[in-house]
Design a protein around this ligand. Structure first.
Ligand code: ADP
Ligand code: MG
Length: 228
């Protein structure tokens, strides 16, 4: 079996603890995501998919449990270390593109590389190569507001892959698109994942899209269970 690139163990998360609104969202989430493996995360709205992905992507912390990325345990690490781990090893795609509105498509993909110390010329070259692969090179100098929803998500995929992460986390990446665009854009995402040999954990409501991945997990009652 391939190397584990993302290991989640015993993750728990409760919001509004000790208040009448308390929600126990995660009650012991365990997952080994292997190199080159694409896993679908399916669950109804409100089940905790975003919570789980944010914790896995080191954007939030669990109440208990561990997150290991590329064999390195993030538990108890400070913000600087967690940010460095995230920048190097994790790509994140949101349901809504979250591109910076004041910057062009190519700049949105260049910036995270500059933050990682890549020289500007090389960062721009990589950004253009990624845009070309997702078919949006002709729109490189447009700001996000001038792009279609599908193009915005394609640019967001490029940004997530800009620093060549090992793990891609995507939170309903085609959830805001019409069905036909969603299908095409999802195909682009899977091509990128397969070409780069990435591990991916992708939340989706769409069972047809989920079936295109290697396995499917359902977040049910705060734990992950295999589907099928
Ligand atoms: P999903 O992505 O599957 O729709 P979420 O992870 O967004 O689920 O939310 C899971 C549950 O946790 C929901 O009941 C939601 O209302 C609640 N929740 C999410 N974030 C917060 C927060 N910051 N404070 C309080 N409750 C939250
Ligand atoms: Mg969500």
């Amino acid at each position: 079996m391939n190397e584990v690139t993302l290991r989640l163990a015993g993750l728990t998360k409760t919001y509004l603890k000790n208040t009448p609104g308390e929600v126990q969202v995660l009650r012991g989430v365990d997952l080994d995501l292997h190199e080159g493996e694409a896993v679908a995360l399916v669950a109804p709205s409100g089940a905790g998919k975003s919570t789980l992905l944010h914790i896995a992507g080191l954007l939030d912390t669990p109440d208990a449990g561990t997150v290991e990325v590329s064999g390195k345990d993030a538990t108890g690490k400070g913000d600087r270390t967690r940010t460095a781990m995230r920048r190097r090893d994790v790509g994140f795609v949101y349901q809504f593109h979250h591109l910076l509105p004041e910057f062009t498509a190519v700049e949105n993909i260049t910036l995270p590389q500059l933050a990682n110390g890549v020289p500007e010329k090389a960062a721009t070259a990589r950004a253009m190569e990624l845009l070309d692969r997702v078919g949006v090179a002709a729109r490189a100098d447009h700001r996000p507001a001038a792009l279609s929803g599908g193009e915005q998500q394609r640019v967001a995929f490029c940004r997530a892959l800009a620093n060549a992460p090992r793990v891609l986390l995507a939170d309903e990446p085609t959830g805001n698109l019409d069905p036909e665009t969603s299908d095409q854009v999802f195909g682009t995402l899977m091509d990128l994942v397969r070409d780069a040999g990435l591990s991916a954990l992708i939340a989706t409501h769409n069972l047809e899209l989920a079936a295109r991945m290697d396995r499917m997990l359902r977040l049910d009652g705060g734990v992950l269970r295999p589907v099928g």
